[in-house]
Design a protein. Sequence first.
Length: 650
Amino acid sequence: MSVLVALAQLAACLGLGALILAAAGLLKELRKDEAIGLAFTLGMGALGWLVQPLGLAGLLSPVPLALLLAACATGGLCALPLFRGLRPRRPDGWVEWLLTLLTLAVIGLALVQTLAPPTDSDTLAYHFALPRQFLAAGRIEFVPRAIDGAVPLLLQMTYVPVLGLGGERALTLWTMLSGLMGGLLVLAAARRHVGRTWAWGGALLYLTLPAAVYGWVSGQVELRLAMFTLAAAWACAEALARQDWRWAMLAGLGAGLFAASKYTGLFLGIACALPFLASPARIRLVAAYGAAALVAAMPWYAWNWWNSGDPVFPLLYGLLKAYYSPGLWSDIQDAAFRSGFYKAEQAVPQTLGWFLAYPFRATFDGFAVWESARTGLGVLPVLMLPFALAGAWARRGGPGARRLGVFALIALAFYVLWFFIGSSQRIRHLLPIVPLAGIALLAAAQRGTERHGRGALLAGLAAALMLQMGGLALYSLNAMRHVLSGESRQAYLERMVNGAHSAFELNKLLGPDDRVFLAVRQMAYLLTVPHLMGHTIDSAIIPITPQNLDPASYRAALERNRITHVFLMGPLEMPPGVGGINTLTGALVRAGCLSEIISFEEISLGSRTLGLDAARTEARLLRADWAACPISTDQSLTPRRIKISVPNGS
């Protein structure tokens, strides 16, 4: 059943995207592989766009979701010409035979990962947890949590039909298929500028990048965001080359779908608009581009504004706090968020020097917060750079070069905005522009080695591919072990996910009338009992910032949100002057407001892939007795104000 559901959604996306291309009159202007790649990308975004109104209407149940997929797939009659006469082509020569074997190996390793439950922390915290929450409620609910709650969720909406109709296995299979279609889109786009074999190898290099492997068979969105980016840049280049508003509209659709999936898509919206400003038909092209982008992106920003008063919650709190819904945020929470988040996510200052050095430092000696050692871009971009610089000069002036120039300009503009305005410096957040930069580098490097250096370039690309294939195999080992050993789902998750054992225990101990408060975000997807997820800096619903030393505000917030139990990981006492959930919970325990029911021993892993740095942490479940709690709720519900320094530029 799970396979059928995933394939049904694949057909729905192809059908919906083909309908969009046909309505724009562009379907016949594309090669079959180009049309399939673009149709799937646009259809995937359109499907996520359509699920939102279904969820707002309270129709997130099997019948409406099945009807939606069926309707989209039926619209796929427009997609039938894409497959007419399409047949596998026999590999030409030993190089293509080798690429065929490597492709099968990559697909096989990705398929193995679909047979294991998800273990990525962000996936369990919200990418998969929110769709599951919405399905349980039958509707979309506003989650007033920064970073992973009140954010654009278009791609997460594509997870709703497969999860609701086919369960977890269908969902992991869908992530694998959608990521694979991203590889096809890269191949189709690259074929316009390099030969079939080069494009094929480039697509494999892209899919095996550490950042791509990390997010492929998981809820992480960057690999799928890259598809929107490539579609938008491709359409932008065609719009400029043809002075055609239809392609500009398609570019706006791609950029808008990115913005509807992640705030950094706003950077892409600006970056893709820049090339149009130099066009003689700039007014017509910008109007078509902007209208399509607005239609695609607006619903999620309108949803956030309606529920919180801020379309990009909570980033405009300083300007819009008078319009904020009561209790969602506060001055103290905003100061803690800006101080804690920016400090944690930015390892270097946002200066011109670091802007130039970042790609090289991240490649060879990155800071831990960048995560470039395990989810980076590998050595491939730096390896191709010298060859590409030689080829860029030789290739200048032609129509292909102008299209690649658009790719490069959009990628550069996105990087500039991301580095100087963005909040996080994690390198995997640059994965969406890798296809643009990668195709431009590959085409220029191929041209630059037409006379000299081709052997060195090919040797470097082959070595990079083998190294990345090894990384993919290593990343798949735990899933392979799970499949071959017959290990149960629960045993696998308890071995791989910090807090999984506690989640399963809470599911057994608590009932539908209970509600547990906790701040261990990766437990969200695993919990089947009512719960409220808190966070030190991302949520103000329960004030647990490190600066909060006031148990009265904590007790009042817990009771106000109908909390019957508190789950705590770690000690009940912290050093003097340190607030937060442990200190506040400990104060309520000593006051008799909370009493321990049971304690657990959790294993904390520093690396899921390698199983390194295993440590044991004490966890406990506490029951609330608000009637017997002596801590007064008449005290101020606002934590005491402590001055928090905010870094310059934040």
